[in-house]
Design a protein. Sequence first.
Lengths: 185, 405
Amino acid sequence: MSRPWWAAPIAVLVAATAAAAQLPTYGVGRAPTSAEIEAWDLTIPFDGAGLPPGSGTAAAGRTIYVERCASCHGEKGDDPKYIRLAGGRGTLATAQPIKTIGSIWPYAPTLWSYIRRAQPVDEPGSLTVDQVYAVTAYLLHLNGILAEDTVLDARTLPQVRMPNRDGFVPDPRPDVSGAARDKAR
Amino acid sequence: MNRRRFLTRGIALSGSLAAGITAPAHAQGPTSDDPSKRLGGPIRLYGERSRFEQSARARSLLTKTDEFGSTLTPLGETLGIITPSSLHFEVNRGGVPDIDPRTHRLLIHGMVGRPVVLTMDDIRRLPSVSRILFLECQGNSMLEWRGPNAKTVQGTHGFTACSEWTGVPLSLLLREIGVQSGAGWIIAESGDAGGTERSIPLAKAMDDVLVAYGQNGEALRPENGYPLRLIVPGWTGNINIKWLRRIKVVDRAYLTRFDTIGQPTLMPDGTARQLQFVIEAKSVITFPSGGQRLSGPGPYEVTGLAWTGRGLVRRVEVSTDGGASWQEATLQAPVLPLAHTRFRFPWRWDGRETVLQSRCTDETGYVQPTLADLVKVRGLNSLYFNNAIQSWKVAADGAVHNVHV
């Protein structure tokens, strides 16, 4: 029979920071192994920190795209009958904005991160690191952002400047309110 | 014709079971249908509603497949402020995962003193809290910008719901393991195929966020995050990460897919707002609402729901003349912060065509805007965070329609 939580050794209860040490602690849980963290710690931030070793080109990515992606996204990613990934540059301020990787996605590393974690949807997480670099390169190539033979890797991917890099703004709300008469009181 | 078939036909004819519909010949004489004259059914170990009740979620128009789809809460048929778990809207990006709670793990790591893996048993041992909170998807009413689109309040406003959520304060977990100085954000990740990842300010995480396992007195429903989800009170739906498996404490927003292009609120100049969190004050009349029908002139109780991500609903006003005049509705107690608030307003319909509206004021003094107010600033392509006043036209024949005025 295990000990109740309040009987855990004090040494385990003391958290690492002074702020935490002032508060009651329960000592629940266990330390993760480094393998456990590695398996799940996949999210790459906008600046590309933590991109793993590996590489790929658009030329290599084309084959993977045709096999694994085209059924949902169309042959070239720009067909409106499919979920569009390419085209639409310059449409965001028009009456019919077309949102694609090329037109709206602000950072290449988060595209890489999303593909590795959640694509292809019928087998998410099944692409190798090299395949993710290659598919990302092909998608950037389809959008006219990357040459076909450019090697994408942990060093070059964060250097890709997405066309809509500066297109996102902070939330200004409350920006609209109705009848102002209730402001008092 | 038996009673059930009779009622089914009644529904088909009227199109709705909402109050105000009077189906004829309901009187029960001493027939074989008299429940006092025969033995009832057996006990049941997990309850089901009456076979006569048909209220259900509906697929949203945004649904591509049943795995990449969403359903809407039938707000025109729910009562009070609590949404039954079975009718709570859902938005899924890779199907509903089938997670065994005995093997589910929550990893908390990054800029912490002591990284930790928690089992469901670990989490359930910790002090818990229960709070009644609304949850609204930022995409609610997103197809209503250019003109009246959906026919019913389920279609126009069904991406909101309100539940009692039970779980452990995230602040307790973070204090338990210690947060390093310099940390400013957390990244929360879902454990399903969709891989939703959102950046959340650490200040909010330490304030009122819950790591929740309970919904309306029982475990979360699978489509609402079983066995563990984040509840971020007053903030937009997709940040309330379902199937929560990982929280990483970091020093900056990661600007993930779901932080940026996952909710690109496009402005007329082509810029898009990012890291939008709070749900602003909103209300809607649920009766009489689109698709329902008034049976004739006379007294009715207008009722609906109001909510705000900035705290308490202070006031709801109802207009029965298309916005020309407004009168204060009664708020049903208890009025809870960050929860659906039910309002009621007595109305005598004179039988002439008119337009019903509601508008909500929250404790900050913010007043729910008109659609024109919103469009003037945000244009027609911003899609998300549409909290405009909703108009329902009552036609002379009693039919209620979604209109823009």
